[in-house]
Design a protein around this ligand. Structure first.
Ligand code: NAD
Ligand code: TYD
Length: 355
């Protein structure tokens, strides 16, 4: 039985990862530690909440006392660090919390893992590992050609990606300096169930259903490399089990799409399946995001060659599955877009002018 301390497990990818792991294995114990910010929702974990191998602790990863207590009371084998402030637009309007959670929170986890696992100078309990979940955004922006490899220099542009790059470097530093066993995965944009409706796909889905404007930043020709969330979960599981200590692995499925293509795909799906009144007339090109990265594209050759990972879900299948999930889970959308999120949701686009 291995014990995983999963941070940020009530968010989009973290909750998908916990469900994926508990469905796949009987011999894993998962402790989900989440501060339950606006982005964390325990409803995501309803299907596993009574599983005897799952438990939840509400705590902030920057809280040393709380994290130390969790390590004291549990025999943890792996830390899987998803907890983060994750929305680029929020990082532009309020960078400080990104530094606090993403940088200081990661250092606090590293310190506690090191303290709990170290059994001698540069020597750790066998089999332990710190797995840090990162993003392709740390590499910056690509022109029309080429891909990000693990050796592409870090060149983040937004406060979000800069805080993620900082946390990546700290994880690397704890390996290089103290020999703390670790891996980092850098994944492209994920889509799937339980993604908070401030990110492109669920936001456009929700706004289309509500007959609201569909905000497309700038010309909409920016490119993201989309991966179905279960394929990301599978990659993290493989890297934790078989990844070489100290290595970084890029995760992505060569699935590059322009934002405008994504928006039109969603409109078409809703028009065909739900509401014939919706259409491209709802698209509003609005002020571009400051410092907007033009293109992301991952080269996943290393994880394919060394661990045999590949993306199982073609985009055409994954997007339909995802949109169907949002349609069937309109209560979930209502719940997460009410309460403390609502105020933000309403003011989010007040500075965005149609262009
Ligand atoms: P999310 O915003 O949906 O979830 C983040 C979770 O972290 C939430 O449950 C939130 O409550 C929790 N959290 C925030 N601050 C915390 C704190 N101080 N202490 C404890 N918990 C806290 O994010 P996501 O999209 O699921 O992303 C998860 C991770 O994956 C992030 O580290 C992100 O950088 C990375 N990532 C995301 C994507 C993507 O497309 N979403 C792609 C690559 C990498
Ligand atoms: P997002 O989902 O915020 O992810 P990220 O910025 O991490 O890639 O945005 C995906 C792309 O969609 C990005 O290029 C910004 C763009 N976008 C819009 O055009 N309109 C929107 O309302 C949102 C939220 C994003």
């Amino acid at each position: 039985m291995k014990t995983y301390l999963v941070t940020g497990g009530a968010g989009f990818i973290g909750s998908n990862f916990i469900i994926f792991m508990l469905n796949k294995y009987d011999d894993v114990k998962i402790i989900n530690v989440d501060a339950l910010t606006y982005a964390g929702n325990l409803e995501n974990l309803k299907s596993v909440e009574n599983n005897p191998n799952y438990s939840f602790i509400q705590a902030d990863i920057t809280d040393n006392e709380a994290i130390a207590k969790i390590f004291d009371e549990n025999d943890i084998d792996y830390v899987v660090n998803f907890a983060a402030e994750s929305h680029v637009d929020r990082s532009i309007s309020n960078p400080d919390i990104f530094v606090k959670t993403n940088v200081l929170g990661t250092v606090n986890l590293l310190n506690n893992a090191k303290k709990a696992w170290q059994i001698g100078d540069d020597c750790y309990k066998p089999g332990v590992k710190f797995h840090h979940v990162s993003t392709d955004e740390v590499y910056g922006s690509l022109g029309p050609e080429g891909y990000f490899t693990e050796t592409t220099p870090l060149d983040p542009h937004s406060p979000y990606s800069s805080s993620k790059a900082s946390s990546d470097l700290l994880v690397k530093a704890y390996h290089d300096t103290y020999k703390l066993p670790m891996n980092i995965t850098r994944c492209s944009n994920n889509y799937g169930p339980f993604q908070f409706p401030e990110k492109l796909i669920p936001l456009i889905m929700n706004n289309t259903l509500l007959h609201k404007d569909l905000p497309v930043y700038g010309d909409g020709m920016q490119i993201r490399d989309w991966l179905y969330v279960d394929d990301h979960c599978k990659a993290i599981d493989m890297v934790i089990r078989d990844g070489v200590d100290g290595e970084v692995y890029n995760v992505g499925g060569h699935n590059e799409r322009t934002n405008i293509f994504i928006v039109k795909t969603i409109i078409e799906y809703i028009k065909e399946n739900v509401d014939s009144q919706v259409g491209e007339h709802m698209i509003k090109h609005v002020t571009d995001r400051k410092g907007h990265d033009r293109r992301y594209g991952i080269d996943p050759q290393k994880i394919k060659d060394t661990l045999g990972w590949y993306p199982e879900t073609p985009f055409e299948v994954g997007i339909k599955k995802t949109l169907k999930w949002y349609l069937e889970n309109s209560e979930w959308v209502k719940n997460v877009t009410s309460g403390k999120y609502q105020k933000y949701y309403e003011t989010m686009y007040k500075d965005k002018k149609e262009v």
